[in-house]
Design a binder for this molecule. Structure first.
Ligand code: TXA
Ligand code: MG
Length: 339
């Protein structure tokens, strides 16, 4: 299949392809999504095929105006409504009970649906022009780091999808915060740029799913069998070193050879004796979020690197989202470096 590369203003063409049952990679403020008409079952199935996505992993449905949510759910509820008024449009996804007309292909048979109103004007324009909600997972091959630039999407999806709409570099860089309203207490299923702390300021105490920052029996079940618990992963093995700068640098330099790489902060680069790629400054979690997936992908261009030692981000605020992705890229391998 020939994949059309559309320029940022070619939103009409993108919408037309989606309306006709095709699949198009679209820019959002978080990561690029691979979109299809959410009400076209055949088109939605094509997404799973192009990504190699396990068919038990449901998709997020994107809308362009708040009221469009009522095409997907009958009741939003007061607490969710308050949260959405605070953070939509933006990098926040809510899980609510679905209306029966939402296709099983989107929800993988669940009776809930994930909904997001993105902030990216190009994405919203395409949804409005297509006049239908757009189901879209991240536009990467399943298991690979999510794409945050046109080039990332091209390298994973060229020849497999109808078109890619160029929207430049994604400003947030990590996928949306996912919060479920199915139980009495709202629960974070995936941390993101909208933080737990920000959410609690608006709606009070929430739960955080135990899989967010830990590996549990449930984690393995959720992501298996397709990719076990390996996700967002480069080709090389990733190991997190949970320690301060000096220990990190000493450990790597005393184990340095051609096959070792460092996924580090800006401040570490000049101290390391191995190939080092930074994902931002130590105290700038927003920069880390933006650069993280791109940095992982850069290691795939260095096939001699077999082992990547990663600096550990903060485990709170936006840092929790970066840590959550890094844990999965590392298959939960953490090394405590003492001495
Ligand atoms: O920022 C984002 O969320 C990006 C952009 C494109 O919007 N999309 C994205 O989609 O990250 P994806 O498919 O890579 O991640 C969707 C996550 C998955 O972990 C999926 O299991 C979860 O949302 N999800 C979707 N529907 C769900 C549901 N009904 N219940 C629980 N989790 C759900
Ligand atoms: Mg994804």
């Amino acid at each position: 299949m020939k994949t059309e590369i559309l320029r940022p203003f070619e939103t009409k063409r993108a919408a037309e392809i989606i309306k006709n049952g095709g699949i198009v990679a679209l820019p959002t403020e978080t990561v690029y999504g691979l979109g299809a008409d959410a009400f076209n079952q055949t088109a939605v199935r094509k997404i799973f095929e192009a990504k190699g996505r396990p068919n038990d992993n449901p998709l997020i449905v994107h809308i362009a105006e708040f009221d469009h949510i009522y095409n997907l759910v009958s009741d939003v509820g007061k607490v969710a409504q308050k949260l959405l008024e605070a953070f939509w449009p933006g990098p926040l996804t809510v899980i609510l009970h679905k209306k029966p007309n939402v296709p099983n292909e989107v929800t993988c048979g669940l009776d809930s649906v994930a909904v997001r109103l993105p902030a990216h004007p190009t994405m919203r324009e395409v949804i409005n022009l297509a006049k239908t909600p757009i189901a879209a997972p991240s536009a990467n091959i399943s298991g690979k780091p999510s794409p945050t630039s046109l080039q990332h999407v091209v390298s994973d999806m060229n020849g497999k999808i109808d078109a890619i709409l160029d929207g430049g570099v994604c400003q947030v860089g990590l996928e949306s915060t996912v919060i479920s309203f199915l139980d009495n207490v709202p629960k974070i299923l995936r941390p993101g740029f909208i933080t737990v702390e920000q959410i609690e300021k608006v709606i009070g105490k929430i739960d955080i799913d135990e899989n967010v920052a830990n590996r549990t029996k449930k984690t393995e079940k959720i992501v298996s069998p397709g990719m076990k618990y390996r996700h967002y992963a480069p080709n090389a093995e990733v190991i997190i070193l949970d320690c301060f700068q000096q220990k990190y640098v000493d450990f790597i330099n005393s184990n340095a050879d051609e096959s070792v790489g460092a996924l580090c902060f800006d401040e570490d680069i000049n101290l390391l004796k191995v190939k080092a790629i930074s994902f931002g400054k130590e105290n700038d979690e927003a920069a880390q979020a933006k650069l993280f997936f791109g940095a992982l992908r850069q290691f795939d261009e260095l096939p001699h690197i077999k082992k990547i030692y990663a600096r550990c981000p903060k485990k709170e605020g936006v840092g929790l989202a970066v840590y959550n992705r890094l844990l999965r890229a590392a298959e939960f391998k953490i090394k405590q470096v003492f001495c």
